[in-house]
Write a protein that binds this ligand. Structure first.
Ligand SMILES: [Zn+2]
Ligand SMILES: [Zn+2]
Ligand SMILES: [Zn+2]
Length: 462
């Protein structure tokens, strides 16, 4: 047994023998944060008053807690920031997405018979990049060109390598001089608007296919969706979406018989081709109209077969916890005065970040807030969104999980058991820091929490 393990073992033994309630409470707090790497520390009180008499029934104060604070999980969805909380977010998202496909969590099971597609909307090409292409299980050469043309920078725009999946050059342009960094960054910046226009156009095209007005369409059906943005290696965002047709009042109602998967597919294809976003003309720049790439994939989701509800829910949930870091960039804001050469990113990402900062100086593009979103390569907004009627909500799913913690607090007497209608709860909380103190880390190691590193990880905790 290594010395550190022997020590931990000895301390665990000691705690068991001491049976110190404060240590036990500390351990419980750490357990409730579920292995969070950067728990938030709160200081405050919760008071329960009798609504009828105004009498104070129960008072909780963090003064009684270890270090005088309550530790709560950071609840980030970013795997790069906190693996444990991101995993919770991923699991919750999975259940929420799946409920929208097969029912459950308050969504009727009949929803599985509604027309439902898995749609991928990609960005257009902004210049050739190294890619790994597969056909029938064989890896194809990256970008073979017989005539071996050279670009204005003297580079041969051809690559015959069969790239490995972990090859660092994947997503890198064949010639950075030719690659359209401006287009990439602007596409990321307007992608949410392009999506919104697509969703509106989809309703118009559905109405047109059925010979209805938009108003008449609304009386017969609504379009529900859940979408997730994914950064490709080349640093451009694309969207995967579940698009489902429901009756006029949401998943509990049946859409009309004419609204089939085929009709929905046609409407998706037409809407994707129809929408554009025009970028204001800039001095010394080309005028630009941005649209989706020509490749629009729309496939029915089925309970068995190639594209199942499980596969789709797993896919969407996985990408809901990732940001732009898959494209090799950062998950923190970049200041315009920062020395970009020091950033720990690939050159391709560095060029995209620099392009955000350059374009961000144009008055005409102010509303794209490119400087603020340079770390996301120009993309702002949410990577994971759902329409109101898609399924249950994350808040609902979290509340169910929170109920378990609440039940435990009631059994240990920490929380009083009152009829919620009869009591008035007044909570006062203040932020008291963030992170793991060395004591937290030690307790975490002792209770066998799955913390990645049993040592303080920066933060503002004491
Ligand atoms: Zn966390
Ligand atoms: Zn290549
Ligand atoms: Zn070139």
């Amino acid at each position: 047994m290594p010395a550190s393990h022997r020590n931990a073992h000895a301390i665990r033994e000691a705690i068991t023998r001491l049976n110190d309630p404060r240590l036990a409470r500390w351990a419980a707090q750490i357990r409730h944060t579920g292995g969070c790497r950067q728990p938030i520390h709160l200081r405050g009180t919760v008071e329960h008053y009798d609504r009828a008499t105004g009498r104070l029934l129960h008072r909780y104060s963090t003064n009684q807690e270890p270090d005088g604070v309550l530790r709560v999980p950071c609840k980030t969805r970013r795997a790069s920031r906190c693996p444990a909380c991101a995993e919770t977010y991923r699991a919750d998202t999975y259940h929420l997405i799946r409920a929208g496909l097969t029912g459950g969590k308050g969504v009727p099971e009949s929803v599985s018979s509604h027309p439902c597609l898995f749609v991928t909307l990609t960005a257009p090409s902004f210049g050739p990049v190294h890619t790994r292409r597969e056909r029938d299980g064989r890896i194809l050469p990256c970008h073979p060109r017989r005539n071996r043309e050279t670009c204005p920078h003297g580079r041969v725009i051809s690559c015959t390598v069969r790239h490995r999946a972990d090859d660092d050059v994947l997503g890198e342009p064949l010639c950075p001089g030719c690659y359209d960094y401006t287009g990439t960054v602007l596409f990321n910046a307007v992608a949410p608007v392009l999506w919104k226009r697509f969703a509106d156009a989809l309703r118009r095209h559905l109405a047109a296919l059925a010979g209805l007005t938009l108003l008449q369409l609304r009386e017969q059906l609504i379009v529900s969706f859940a979408k997730v943005g994914e950064f490709q290696r080349r640093g451009v965002v694309h969207f995967h979406a579940i698009i489902r047709l429901d009756g006029p009042a949401g998943p509990a109602t049946t859409p009309p018989a004419w609204a089939t998967c085929d009709v929905l597919t046609r409407a998706v294809q037409r809407a994707a081709q129809a929408v554009t976003v025009t970028i204001p003309q800039l001095a010394g720049e080309l005028a630009r109209v941005l649209r989706w790439g020509t490749q629009v994939d729309a496939r029915p989701i089925t309970l068995t077969g190639e594209l199942t509800d499980q596969a789709v829910a797993g896919y969407i949930a996985k990408y809901a916890t990732k940001a732009a870091e898959c494209a090799g960039t950062l998950d923190q804001r970049i200041s315009p005065t920062q020395d970009l050469s020091c950033l720990p990113v690939r050159d391709h990402a560095r060029r995209l970040i620099a392009e955000c900062l350059r374009l961000g100086a144009y008055e005409e593009l102010a509303e794209l807030r490119l400087v603020q979103w340079a770390h996301m390569l120009g993309f702002r907004g949410h990577l994971s969104t759902r329409s109101r009627h898609y399924s249950t909500t994350l808040t609902q799913i979290r509340a169910e999980r929170q109920d378990h913690v609440r039940a435990e607090e009631i059994t240990t007497g920490r929380l009083p058991l009152f009829d919620e209608d009869d009591v008035l709860v007044i909570a006062r909380w203040e932020y008291a820091g963030r992170g793991l103190s060395s004591g937290d880390a030690l307790v975490a190691a002792l209770v066998g929490s799955s913390l990645p590193v049993p040592a303080p990880l920066g933060g503002e905790a004491r």
